[in-house]
Design a protein around this ligand. Structure first.
Ligand SMILES: Cc1cc2nc3c(=O)[nH]c(=O)nc-3n(C[C@H](O)[C@H](O)[C@H](O)COP(=O)(O)OP(=O)(O)OC[C@H]3O[C@@H](n4cnc5c(N)ncnc54)[C@H](O)[C@@H]3O)c2cc1C
Length: 387
């Protein structure tokens, strides 16, 4: 296969954003490869499309604010509609410890300039989302500029913009090996379609990133975690502009998308089968019961098992992304481990990785908190609690 200055492995939202940002900075001969047969077959196509800046750590708030800026300019800069809809994120507390954790997050957010995030009382909850049962709720937090984005539209925007700038994309191309020379640099990428000589590799392989890194002998702490989504039949019992509404304690949340209500509630993956994305019938029944208890208008609305789905989060040990050069391999670049926030952070992480690759360091944001070596140094970020 034709040589490339850089091979980006994975053409999901992260790889596409990196490709676009590299090309926009003048990189030539950028090649993306993906083993699937078209866009959105990995986690990006499974994402529900939440966007939030309400996080519990400064770096995640900053990534979101940087990304939000880019979503607002997306149409002019990239082309296409990213679907940014500021419908708000409403977090609900049912105990004082939950409320304290939400308040602690609020302090971090305000220190980063997210002034519109605020604590809300039970009467505000009634106004913001009248459908939710308020018996157990003692308060919460709300941010009106959080809301939704459209994952596949963001992906197709970046893919099209990258292609316009000269990036090549090869589908149905699986990376099976990475060859390093005597100095430890990657010089070739083995694929199902042949070998590609290259000057650098970007690992944008999502939940599969650890096995790709392993091809170069690099240990990467990114593991898959199944995330299931229950979709109701089409209905109009809840308004499309309803905020994403989340119970902070157990993570149950619900929203309206494409005329259906989506119900989510974190659950463990399938024991012994970490990449399994089957939807568990018992989980569907349990999340439906929970929705009926908490949102009575949903009691007459059937959950449509055939339209429900699951995908994989790409978890890092501290639930923060890994961004930059892989420890021990100078020309392997990581943009991994977003831990379920990858679509919303892709505009920021793609730009930041392109800065690292082109200039050796970022200029837009201090990303030391995301350095891949932090786990080896024994200095992970404080894993966020509820946020
Ligand atoms: C149910 C669900 C809901 C979610 N909701 C949200 C949300 O509301 N907001 C949000 O921001 N994020 C959300 N996420 C997380 C989001 O989907 C991910 O963080 C994001 O899509 C990661 O993008 P990616 O490009 O790294 O991975 P992917 O989209 O998975 O792309 C990785 C690509 O790498 C390819 N690949 C892997 N290994 C190889 C190989 N060896 N050779 C060639 N190709 C390879 C795969 O085929 C794949 O296409 C959700 C995820 C799930 C599952």
């Amino acid at each position: 296969m034709r040589p490339a200055s850089v091979v980006i492995v994975g053409a999901g939202v992260m790889g596409a954003s990196v490709a676009y940002h590299l090309a926009a900075r003048g990189w030539r001969d950028v090649l993306m490869v993906d083993r699937s047969n078209g866009p959105g077959r990995g986690s990006t196509g499974a994402a529900t499309g939440g966007f939030r800046a309400q996080y519990g750590t400064a770096i995640n708030v900053r990534l979101s604010l940087m990304a939000r800026d880019r979503f607002l300019r997306f149409e002019d800069e990239i082309g296409g509609d990213p679907g940014y809809m500021p419908a708000g994120y409403l977090w609900l507390a049912t105990s004082h410890s939950e409320l304290d954790a939400l308040r602690a997050g609020l302090e971090v957010q305000r220190a980063e300039g997210l002034w519109e995030a605020a604590e809300v009382g039970v009467e505000d909850v009634a106004r913001l989302n009248p459908a939710v049962h308020r018996d157990d709720i003692i308060g919460g937090v709300y941010c009106p500029s959080d809301g939704f984005i459209a994952p596949l539209q963001v992906l197709s925007g970046y893919l099209a913009a990258a292609r316009r700038s000269g990036v090549r994309v090869e589908w149905n191309t699986e990376v099976t090996g990475l060859t390093r020379n005597g100095s430890g640099r990657i010089v070739a990428v083995a694929t199902s379609k042949g070998t590609i000589d290259t000057g650098a590799v970007v690992n944008a392989a999502g939940a599969w990133a650890a096995s790709l890194a392993q091809c170069a002998g690099v240990q990467l702490s990114v593991t898959p975690l199944r995330r299931q989504v229950a979709a109701t039949v089409p209905c109009t019992v809840l308004p499309p502009g309803m905020p994403m509404t989340i119970f902070a304690g157990d993570g149950f949340h619900f929203r309206v998308r494409d005329g259906r209500v989506l119900l989510l509630w974190p659950s463990p993956g399938v024991p012994g089968r970490p990449f399994d994305i089957g939807v568990d019938r018992e989980w569907l029944a349990a999340v439906t019961r929970m929705a009926h208890r908490r949102v009575s208008v949903l009691r007459d609305i059937v959950v449509d098992a055939a339209s429900s789905w699951a995908g994989l989060y790409e978890m890092s040990p501290d639930k923060h992304a890994l961004l930059g050069v892989a420890p021990g391999c100078d020309n392997l670049y990581l943009v991994n481990g977003s831990s379920g926030h990858g679509v919303m952070h892709a505009p920021a992480l793609g730009q930041l990785l392109a800065e690292i690759m082109a200039d050796g360091a970022t200029s837009s944001l201090d990303v030391r908190a995301l350095r891949p070596s932090r786990f080896l140094e024994g200095r992970p970020n404080q894993a966020p609690g509820l946020l």
